[in-house]
Design a protein around this ligand. Structure first.
Ligand SMILES: *Cc1c(COP(=O)(O)O)cnc(C)c1O
Length: 458
């Protein structure tokens, strides 16, 4: 059977111009093992983007496979209103051991965007029920990404995804967020690994004054601000310092505005700590988890919040204060069983600690290889995530004309050579499963290097 032809007959792929598939038909994957994916012809692809940032511990991880197999013969799913099961309860107990202080009430959804929707509704309803019905707007950062459903899209700030739908979206208060590579204040970011070669004065989050101004003007009508902590993924793996989160926590407390942490991409060790908020030593009011939560196995998400928010919904039924929000697959036992095993593996096998050691190596070889290239504007990294921003002019940081689709050409070339890069515009990045080892780091960076040279300097 010609699987590619059959695919194109039926399937409308996510986030794709389907016409592009005329020249690059979908790759038919048959099986996975570790960071490797194999297509139906046996060709190997190195999955250094963790299959949309969700695979945490390798494909077909034997321990997670076993956990799910055991669960599927016991209980596959049950309605989660008025019913519960041991796997969901155990998962919460285990998460309590690693979550930032104060987060203790778990509301389950089945994908990241849904958890975002839930957190926005939850925040609005909290304020409504505690005497602040005027707090019905949300703040978010420029270049933010929080998912694709209408509420999540509204708080997102990447025009590529949201511009067209503006007539349908909530009126969100947009704050100019950190932009460390092109810092408008001419400062050098501290405490993370941007590689600006210029000598600039150290940053003290000068850009935070934009948040202060927005709070002064709009806090009275604002329920919550939502952020991707430290790492704006879809924006091009933009990284900003923990100090920004600390300041934001103080500002939110001062103005009675909730701080929502979208840790969907940053959670589970991606930034070198269990959660990105751990770098700042503060807690959000609501935290959204998905992606790494089940190791990239099952669609599941959780919005986790505080006792204080939970209590504002807790009353006699006829007071009408309940959170009337549900998803059919809330608390799915198969997903919970995978999620429990993920936490066990992280703990038993010291995965994050080991990943941090490997991250130093990874970052070093990437800087050594790529920084000397004439069109590499910056190499930035956090945890095992490394991003290489290609620019037309290194001195002015002028980007390439987006119509050239430079990143896309590099992506296609790397696929031929068996490495999955999937750049964000002209930002080439690696976001591998935490179990990647040094030989694969060498291999994938070599391939990426060759591809960049072939596309830019052939
Ligand atoms: C992926 C992602 C989402 C959306 O999750 P889905 O499961 O794709 O709906 C939201 N926020 C961030 C930061 C993400 O990376």
């Amino acid at each position: 059977m010609d699987w590619q032809k059959e695919d194109l007959k039926y399937i409308w792929h996510p986030c794709s111009q389907m016409k592009d598939y005329e020249t690059l038909p979908p790759i038919v994957i048959e099986r996975g093992e570790g960071i490797n994916l194999y297509d139906v012809n046996g060709k190997c692809y190195k999955d250094v983007i963790s299959s949309w940032w969700c695979n945490l511990l390798g494909h077909c991880n034997p321990r997670i496979n076993e956990a799910i197999k055991k669960q599927v013969d016991t209980l596959e799913h049950v309605i989660f209103a008025n019913f519960t099961h041991k796997t969901a309860i155990t998962l919460c107990q285990e998460l309590m051991k690693v979550l930032p202080k104060g987060l203790c009430k778990f509301n389950f959804a089945d994908n990241g965007s849904s958890a975002i929707e839930m957190s926005l509704k939850m925040s609005f309803q909290y304020h409504y029920q505690t005497g602040n019905p005027q707090k019905k707007r949300f703040m978010a950062l420029s270049d933010a990404y929080h998912g694709e459903t209408l509420g999540a899209l509204a708080v997102g700030g990447v025009d590529l995804y949201s511009e067209l739908y503006k007539p349908l979206l909530l009126d969100v208060i947009r704050i100019d967020g950190p932009d460390c590579y092109r810092c408008p204040y001419g400062k050098q970011c501290q405490g993370h690994y941007n590689s600006n070669s210029e000598e600039l004065p150290p940053c003290n989050c000068e850009c935070f004054k934009k948040a202060e101004e927005a709070f002064e003007q709009y806090a009275n009508e604002t329920a919550a601000i939502i952020v991707e902590p430290l790492l704006q993924g879809s924006a091009g793996m933009k990284i900003y310092p923990p100090l920004y989160l600390k300041k934001l926590r103080e500002l939110c407390d001062k103005y009675n505005v909730h701080l929502i942490a979208d840790e969907i991409a940053t959670g589970y060790g991606r930034t070198g700590k269990m959660f990105a908020f751990d770098h700042a030593n503060v807690s959000p009011d609501i935290m959204c988890l998905s992606k790494g939560l089940t190791g990239g196995y099952m669609p599941m998400a959780i919005a986790i919040t505080t006792q204080e928010i939970y209590d504002a919904f807790y009353d006699d039924y006829l007071k009408g204060k309940a959170f009337m929000h549900s998803h059919t697959y809330s608390g799915n036992p198969l997903a919970c069983s995978a999620a429990i095993e993920v936490l066990k593996i992280l703990n038993d096998e010291n995965i994050i600690e080991k990943a941090n050691k490997k991250a130093i190596y990874f970052n070093n070889i990437i800087r050594e290889k790529f920084l000397p290239l004439e069109n590499v504007g910056e190499v930035r990294s956090i945890g095992l995530i490394n991003a290489i921003e290609l620019v037309k002019n290194k001195d002015t940081k002028e980007p390439f004309d987006y119509k050239k689709r430079t990143g896309y050409q590099i992506y296609k070339r790397a696929l031929e050579k068996g490495v999955i890069l999937r750049p964000l515009g002209d930002v080439i990045y690696f976001n591998p499963p935490l179990i990647i080892e040094k030989p694969d780091m060498d291999y994938v960076t070599d391939v990426a290097f060759e591809c960049i040279k072939e596309i830019l300097y052939n």
